[in-house]
Design a protein around this ligand. Structure first.
Ligand code: CIR
Length: 254
């Protein structure tokens, strides 16, 4: 069974953190409708939803991915890089406690879950404006004794490592090479985003399907041509808050 933890869109979403995007008006009600479609899509793919309530005090709390990293053996509760997001982790820890032992990133280190890409026993951790070198070191300290190989990745030009690269099939990653070095993925099949769609590398793999932003038609064609089953979702309003498809859920195989 697969659990998907999601959290309602905060009515204060428009006050979200922004790093690489200019602020524009965001319609939280419209984002909430997109988020409902997204949840329906996860349910269609067989995920059982655990829905946490929206929090008006936490604008970015819909982006649950950043609050934790879920592995088979345990979950790591992060310490998000943006101070405004630190209070998001309490509700996520409470939800995950039912399914996993927990480890915690301790201050002053910071880690955003969006910077942690797990591919089998390899864990790639982005050094970004949100994840510090001390954060990477703590992830390593927790995971290497469990047999994971942790690789630090420079992230340049985008918010998180998973803005630049995600897994879309066994041994296959979707990547924007201008934001992250592809050398660490040598031996895997690399699918590059269409050059007109730099933000198109963020895809959410559930079982044998990939949940994917409908806006990135050209990159979607590339995935389909490789036989990858793509399920498009409209996340145009959530994207104005710098959110993607991975960041709106925490996938917990049980
Ligand atoms: C932030 O800047 O933290 C939010 N506005 C967007 C977070 C998106 N998270 C993700 O892609 N993992």
């Amino acid at each position: 069974m697969t659990i998907a933890i999601v959290r309602g869109v905060s009515p204060s979403l428009a006050a979200c953190e922004l790093t690489h995007l200019a602020r524009q008006p965001i319609d939280a009600a419209r984002a909430a409708l997109e988020h409902e479609d997204y949840q329906r899509c996860l349910a269609t793919l067989g995920a059982e939803l655990v829905r946490l309530p929206a929090d008006p005090e936490l604008p970015d709390s819909v982006f649950v991915e950043d609050a934790a990293v879920v592995l088979d053996e345990l979950a790591i509760i992060t310490r998000p890089g943006a101070a405004s997001r630190r209070a998001e982790t309490a509700a996520i820890a409470d939800a995950l406690r039912l399914y996993r032992d927990l480890a915690f990133i301790e201050e002053p280190a910071t880690v955003d879950g969006g910077d942690v890409l797990v591919v089998g026993r390899r864990v790639y951790v982005g050094l970004s404006s949100r994840t510090s070198a001390a954060g990477v070191a703590q992830v390593r300290q927790v995971l290497e004794p469990l047999g994971y190989r942790v690789t630090i990745m420079a992230v340049d030009g985008c918010l998180h490592l998973k803005s630049a690269v995600t897994q879309v099939a066994p041994d296959t990653v979707l990547i924007n090479r201008t934001w992250v070095d592809s050398d660490a993925f040598r031996g895997m099949r690399l699918v590059e985003v269409d050059p007109t769609e730099p933000h198109a590398a963020n895809a959410l793999r559930i079982r044998d399907s990939v949940v994917y932003p409908a806006a990135f038609e050209h990159t979607q064609d590339r995935l389909c041509r490789l036989g990858i089953r793509v399920v498009p979702v409209d996340i145009s309003e959530l994207s104005k808050a710098e959110g993607g498809v991975t960041c709106c859920s925490l996938i917990v195989p049980v």
